[in-house]
Design a protein around this ligand. Structure first.
Ligand code: ZN
Ligand code: ZN
Length: 163
């Protein structure tokens, strides 16, 4: 099936690309990718709370073609829930690391793994309807009580990069 929104998303990621580097906390796993901006979504669901140990996950998407493991690819473990929810992590230190996104030509990259995230911007909030009582009302970004379609999320993630 041809997904035109996916093609648009990949095109937006590919414009004026900058190189980004990241690693796990012990440094065994390192990676790099190119992207034009660092636009992130935060997911406030209970699974992301358990997976991160915090109030939400913060994630950006990188195109598979620009993504490269530099070191420690053999140290990357992956856990997939029955629902399809998937996390990858360093098997030495347990830090979340990028993972291949649902059979699409994309990697999800945990924002905290980036060496330089000074230009990162949160543009989408998911599952605010089930956020922790100790989580806060987000200051910026589009907000959803649950999760909209993948197309909507992708359009928001590159909306600011349209020519
Ligand atoms: Zn590690
Ligand atoms: Zn979540």
């Amino acid at each position: 099936m041809r997904r035109s929104y996916l093609a648009r998303f990949m095109r937006a990621l590919g414009m004026n690309m900058k190189l980004h580097n990241g690693q796990c906390s012990c440094g065994s796993v390192t990676f790099k990718f190119s992207s034009n901006t660092l636009l992130a979504y935060q997911c406030h669901c209970s699974i992301c709370r358990r997976a991160t140990g915090s109030a939400f996950s913060t994630t950006i998407m990188a195109s598979e073609t620009s993504f490269e493991w530099e070191r420690g690819k053999d140290k990357v473990g992956t856990y997939t829930k029955e629902s399809g929810y998937k996390v990858s992590f360093c098997t030495q230190c347990g830090s979340p690391v990028p993972n291949k996104f649902r059979g699409l030509p994309l990697y999800t990259v945990p924002a905290g793994s980036l060496d330089d995230s000074s230009s990162l911007e949160i543009v989408v909030h998911l599952h605010l309807g089930s956020q922790a009582a100790w989580d806060r009302e987000p200051a910026t970004g589009d907000k959803f009580d649950e999760i909209p379609s993948l197309q909507t999320v992708m359009e928001l993630l590159h909306a600011q990069n349209q020519p």
